[in-house]
Write a protein that binds this ligand. Structure first.
Ligand code: ADP
Ligand code: MG
Length: 346
């Protein structure tokens, strides 16, 4: 069939929005990521994530952060509205917030039914704003605690083509769990609660120590198998902190190697393979340990202001950083008697 030559015309704004939304919001876990980042940016000390049916039916993220007044919440759901960035010079200086593009709430709103209930800290009254497919349906005073709760139901109800690409509910929930775990491990000072279909999956204490956070998320058996990184081998990194498991406590995928740069989650093949190599031959083939590692990276060595969805990073001096991680982890494993020392590598 030869393509028929159609007239070139501009898409209507509604269609453009729905297409653009697909770039940010791929699945329930991407909604959870954006809402959790907003809660952290709002200075929350407690974040509750509830999802139903893997997030396909309902996602709710509630925080006790700074909240919003009526005017702010109306603005927050418009396109490119943010309280976090004023001009491009701030981008060059580096930004401390997780969000800054001002598009998450707008794009999530375009492909779901969205309800925001919020009250500013120390404010007198709360506001409840409802949107469906990007249209404001109501904005009324509401009694609610200080902080913000964002509820997203019927994700992709108006974009059936996207809805078709969602996986089975357990798979979608796995992605949600991975995202919440990632932020909970990076923020031991924030209490996280994750519930699926009304049942608690995990809750952390928010008391600030990584070890008890690992225990809350991965359970007693894994937490007991993990040892802290204490020393630091020579190399470009200023510090490496975190926990790694013994070589018997493993899984078949590298999902449980969580890596951070200056507290921000990153993916890096180099870091993952450095961790695995530290175990030498004492790790069974195709098995991966548990690890939570935060790298203190001097400014300029890595660009962390990359595109918000591209978490895979590359380092300058990658070889040196890789060796430093491998040696540091190996040293921690040796010191704790978790691996036997092998012949020096050539
Ligand atoms: P961004 O995070 O890039 O600024 P968003 O669309 O995610 O863009 O949010 C828009 C604005 O809404 C934020 O800049 C912030 O002012 C406000 N906001 C969103 N979520 C929250 C929240 N949980 N608590 C307080 N303010 C929020
Ligand atoms: Mg945001």
């Amino acid at each position: 069939m030869s393509p028929e030559r159609a007239e070139i015309r501009a898409l209507d704004p509604g269609t453009v929005d729905k297409i653009a939304a697909g770039e940010v919001v791929e699945r329930p876990a991407s909604v959870v990521k954006e809402l959790v980042e907003n809660a952290l940016d709002a200075g929350a000390s407690e974040i509750t994530v509830e999802v139903d049916a893997g997030g396909t039916e309902r996602i709710r993220v509630a925080d006790d952060g700074i909240g919003m007044g009526e005017e702010s919440v109306r603005k927050a759901v418009e396109q490119h509205t943010t309280s976090k960035l004023r001009d491009v010079s701030e981008l060059d200086r580096g930004i401390s917030t997780l969000g800054f593009r001002g598009e998450a709430l707008y794009t999530i709103g375009a492909v779901s039914r969205l309800t925001i209930t919020t009250k500013p800290r120390g404010g007198e009254s709360g506001t409840k704003l409802t949107l469906a497919g990007g249209e404001v349906e109501g904005c009324d005073p509401a009694g609610c605690p200080e902080g913000t709760a964002v509820e997203v139901t019927d994700l992709f109800y108006n974009t059936p083509a996207r809805k078709k690409y969602l996986k089975r509910e357990p798979t979608e929930f796995d992605h949600v769990n991975t995202v919440v775990t990632r932020y909970a491990l990076a923020n031991p000072g924030v209490r996280f609660v994750l519930e699926h279909d009304g049942r608690e999956v995990f809750s952390t204490t928010g008391q600030g120590d990584l070890q008890s956070t690992v225990l809350s998320i991965y359970g007693r058996e894994v937490a007991r198998a993990m040892v802290p990184i204490e020393g630091l081998a020579e190399g470009p990194l200023e510090d490496i902190s975190g926990y790694v498991s013994d070589p018997e406590t493993t899984r078949s995928g590298s999902t449980y190697i969580s890596t951070y740069v200056n507290g921000r989650y990153v993916r890096s093949k180099a870091i993952r393979s450095a961790v695995v190599d530290a175990y030498g031959t004492q790790l069974a083939p195709d098995r991966y340990p548990f690890a939570v590692l935060d790298l203190a990276v001097p400014p300029g060595t890595v660009d962390v202001n990359v595109h918000p969805r591209k978490t895979e990073v590359r380092f300058g001096e990658e070889g040196a950083i890789r060796d430093q991680i491998e040696e540091t982890v190996e040293e921690a494993l040796l010191e704790n008697g978790l691996i036997r020392s092998s012949a020096p590598r050539g």
